[in-house]
Design a protein around this ligand. Structure first.
Ligand SMILES: [Zn+2]
Length: 385
């Protein structure tokens, strides 16, 4: 019998710090665990050692599949000292400790244990489990999966086990990260009028960027936002600078066209600028009245001590990529604490891990019984429209 605490500890002991990631051994371990529970598995590499694993088990009825998903990579340890070994998976004070315990190996473990339970249930749904590489650096494994396979095409609903302290979330903004290069013309520092300063050009543009209102606001997701996170330029104090490079992070709404955002950013600068996209993940928002969201609200209510209302996560998730295969309604619900993510001394509450397993099993059973048969009709209907 799989135990969610022991499985979380086992996953934490794999060092999948990204960069470089190196999810292969962790993915093989997850695949072997799911094969023992009756799943068929397949591995997809988005780079050397960058393995995403997909596990599948058909249900009793031919209906859309339910997708459970999480990422196997973690962010780095960081410069601050940890009080415990980040890769030991120690248990103390009712929590599993280590890098990734909350974000999100605890969530992955809870999904695997719940899937193994569901595999033994006659009322189980068709299940597709996707455990991805490279999420922390831009959903690389998830994008690789949807671009190169049809593994998720028959998915009718998605559950992402990112850390929400078991609160069901209905979406998040997307992200568009750009490198913007402003060119000038180099000259000797003693004769600046013979050159064109890229620094002055950039400074003038930046002043306009600070006042730029990106259109779009959503009552749930909030407004789109823009942050100039990095700047570098110039080569020497006595040379007119011919290049400034800016790193810009735009958080977008699901309907927002990224080409329009690029055009507006470029328009803040006089003359031409070069722009390179470093990351583009679309926003995600599932309507609150969707049956999958309503079921998640019902199942999670006793876990969070209130009737949940529609909320969004601050971070983006693999759902940005995975929904491109199927457009499926998505709920983000995981046992980790969002405030533990990306911090030193990360841990995950054991009580929340166990509660998440129960919630996932109930969600799986009730999806199969109450939603999946109608979801199939729903997909047909919308396809005909
Ligand atoms: Zn995460």
């Amino acid at each position: 019998m799989l135990d969610v605490v022991e499985l979380t500890r086992a996953l934490v002991r794999f060092n999948t710090v990204n960069p470089p990631g190196n999810e292969q051994a962790c993915a093989a371990f997850v695949a072997a665990t799911l094969e023992a529970a009756g799943f068929d598995t397949a591995a997809y590499d988005s780079g050397a050692g960058r393995t995403t694993v997909v596990a599948r088990l058909d249900g009793a009825l031919v209906t859309p599949a339910l997708c459970f998903t999480g990422h196997l990579d973690t962010v780095p340890i960081g410069a601050e000292a940890w009080r415990r070994d980040p890769f030991a998976g120690e248990i103390d004070a009712g929590a599993v400790h280590g890098r990734g315990a909350s974000d999100m190996k605890g969530g992955v473990a809870a999904l695997v244990v719940a899937a193994a339970h569901l595999a033994r249930s006659p009322q189980r749904p068709s299940l597709v489990l996707a455990f991805t590489a490279g999420e922390e650096t831009g959903c690389e494994g998830a994008f690789h999966l949807v671009r190169t396979t049809d593994a998720l095409n028959d998915v009718g609903a998605i559950l992402v086990a990112e850390p929400t302290a078991n609160y069901p979330m209905v979406g998040h903004r997307g992200a568009l990260w750009l490198e913007l290069r402003v060119r000038g013309k180099s000259a000797h520092g003693s004769t600046p009028r013979e050159g064109v300063s890229a620094i002055y050009r950039a400074a003038n543009g930046l002043a306009r960027l600070e006042r730029l209102e990106l259109s779009g606001s959503d009552p749930l997701l909030g407004a789109s936002s823009l942050n100039v996170g990095t700047i570098s330029g110039g080569s020497s104090v006595n040379v007119v600078p011919d290049l400034v490079t800016l790193g810009i992070d735009v958080r977008t709404l699901p309907e927002q066209a990224s080409d329009d955002v690029r055009r507006r950013l470029a328009g803040a600068f006089e003359g031409d600028v070069e722009m390179e996209t470093m990351l583009e993940v679309p926003g995600v928002l599932t309507p609150t009245d969707d049956p999958w969201v309503q079921l998640a609200f019902e199942v999670a209510a006793p876990l969070v001590g209130e009737t949940p209302h529609a909320r969004a996560t601050a971070f983006f998730t693999d759902a940005s990529a995975l929904r491109q295969a199927n457009g499926a309604p998505t709920v983000i619900l995981g046992p980790g604490s969002p405030e533990m993510a990306h911090r030193p001394d990360e841990s995950c509450s054991i009580a929340r891990l166990e509660a998440a397993v129960e919630a996932y099993v109930e969600l799986g059973r009730r999806w199969a019984e109450e939603i999946a048969p109608h979801a199939r009709l729903g997909l047909r209907r919308s396809a005909a429209c």
